[in-house]
Design a protein. Sequence first.
Length: 368
Amino acid sequence: MTSLPLVFDAPKRALPPRHLADLDAAGRRAAVAELGLPAYRADQLARHYFGRLTADVDTMTDLPAAARGELAALLPPLVTPVLEQSCDGGATRKTLWRAHDGTRAESVLMGYPDRATVCVSSQAGCGMACPFCATGQGGLQRNLSTAEIVEQVRQAAAAARDGALGEPARLSNVVFMGMGEPLANYPRVIAAVRRITEAVPDGLGISARGVTVSTVGLVPAIDRLADEGLPVTLAVSLHTPDDELRDTLVPVNNRWKVDEVLAAARRYAQATGRRVSIEYALIRDVNDQPWRADLLGTVLRREIGARLVHVNLIPLNPTPGSRWDASPRRVQDEFVRRVQAAGVACTVRDTRGREIAAACGQLAATGA
Ligand code: SAH
């Protein structure tokens, strides 16, 4: 037998080739040295990539042509857009993109009067199996690499700058609320957050305060995140304050219960001084009862403290084949009122991207 078939049958789920955005400053210098180039070329390349938001070496005219050819090896095209869709009058843009192995994932860019936000994927698919979430239905394909995550942000920042949302805008916020469970892909997500938040030439220079990492509640990973010294916002997808229902809505609750998740959220808030966001997809006749709103308010006050928590209600986006629906408006209003009456801040998330299946929980990467 020869080893040829191995060469041609590369494993389908392999992580992509090494990319500049996978590397920290020392790693970039080492990679450039491996190419036989002086270390300062690493810095120049990083300034183009993170500062000018370009991966096209032909535009890097301060680099000698020969060096450009060599350095292109550090900028393999990882994330190729295959479909772009807009809605909300051009203020919401979904990108479906393909990775080197055919894996697909999605990101969504949203413009607001005072900010621009990109919602990125951290995994292709998701292993958490929440029954109301489109991504959860398909299972996990693979983790995304650090650079695949950073590339979603870099391309979104370039698109916003170039007027994709109408007026040229600076990308100010990154939310890990696309496909996947970010804390189940921990080291790559943390490295991506560092690349996103460090200043040029080490990163894109987006304020950590503008970055939100959303989790189903992987308790040990929340504690690890609290120790990273990265003041990102933590969002916890609670969806109900009681274990009985949460065991079915967020299956990982069978491993870490509501009180353990909220204790970890409190430790995070105390360690970082950042208010934790509690995500709550409001589902008609499932988790929208007045008593649950009262219980939610009481439990959050007791376990985290009113000052360190904020509830983000998400009207459920029904996913294809689901028997669930959003709550009626008056039920939603009453829910908000009751949580607020407990002294806990509560707002309703705007639901961008509904017409293009780009709203919360709709990302399933089935298109094209
Ligand atoms: N795995 C992470 C990120 C997921 S997406 C997490 O669970 O937090 C971000 C948010 O969208 C989560 O709170 C998720 O529960 C919510 N979501 C998923 N499907 C939804 C749907 N169909 N309608 C409304 N929100 C949904």
